[in-house]
Design a binder for this molecule. Structure first.
Ligand code: ZN
Length: 260
């Protein structure tokens, strides 16, 4: 059997500590609600990390042992240390997968990888959402029907200010009339990114089976094998080049390995 996919489920974990109604919906925190169902899959190895841990729980050691990071934040995006954001971005470029959930659209890590405002329209009216699968061949849609519904949600509406996604897997329709690109893939460097819209701290959306199913599919998709992270910068020739007297270093992975 292949090695399990190592998943780190990150949560800001502030609403649940401050608001008893939210704590009642997510007694183990939103990270617990996401990590618990993931951990039931034999092919996934799951840990959690939260904002108030040292280094937000995202040390070099943790990230080196993370194939895919899932991200939920809302009220404290600004408190995420820029040093950690830069560390995450580098890990994504090197090939770590990133699944950004719901209000994570405004997180520093997502907006810095997108390069746009990532703004959208929103409304809290506990309206119905119908999430249509618009790419049934995509692995993230595996096991789903043509659509699924969330009985009560917070609306997110277009325009969603993101770069055009590489692939669009889901489009949401809302009872109030808006639509939204709810499942979008992006590639940055060697890393694969999936943005998934559903969630909200005052609604039990992460307890819904279809939502848990999509998150597990997305984690696996983000972790699919890929090539080596390329060398960049000054580059020694692969063959003898007569008369070439370049510097005695190179970004080629073989040369980096040889240097130790
Ligand atoms: Zn929300």
């Amino acid at each position: 059997m292949a090695d399990p996919v190592r998943v780190t489920v990150w949560n800001e974990f502030r609403h649940e500590k401050r608001n008893p109604e939210i704590a009642a919906i997510y007694p183990d925190g939103i990270h617990g609600a996401i990590a618990g169902p993931l951990a039931k899959h034999d092919d996934l190895e799951v840990r959690t990390a939260t904002l108030d841990e040292p280094e937000h729980g995202l040390t070099d050691e943790v990230l080196a042992a993370t194939d895919v990071l899932t991200w939920w934040g809302h009220t404290a995006h600004g408190e995420v240390d820029d040093v950690i954001v830069e560390r995450l971005r580098k890990r994504v470029w090197e090939g770590m997968g990133l699944v950004v959930l719901h209000s994570g659209h405004l997180s520093k890590i997502f907006s810095s990888l997108m390069g746009t405002s990532c703004w959208l329209k929103w409304r809290e009216a506990d309206e119905r959402e119908r999430i249509w699968v618009v790419d049934p061949s995509h692995p993230i849609a595996a096991g789903l029907g043509e659509y699924f519904e969330i009985p009560q949600c917070e609306m997110y509406g277009e325009h969603f200010d993101i770069p055009p996604p590489d692939e669009l897997v889901f489009i949401s329709w809302f009872q109030g009339g808006e639509v939204f690109r709810s499942g979008c893939t992006f590639r940055r460097g060697n890393g694969k990114i999936f943005y998934f819209r559903p969630g909200h701290e005052t609604l039990p959306i992460y307890h819904q089976a279809e939502v848990q199913h999509v998150i597990a599919n997305a984690v696996r998709w983000c972790a699919q094998p890929r090539g080596v992270y390329p060398g960049y910068g000054n580059y020694l020739p692969r063959e003898e080049l007569e008369g070439y007297t370049g510097p005695d270093f190179s970004g080629h992975p073989d040369d980096v390995a040889a240097r130790g």
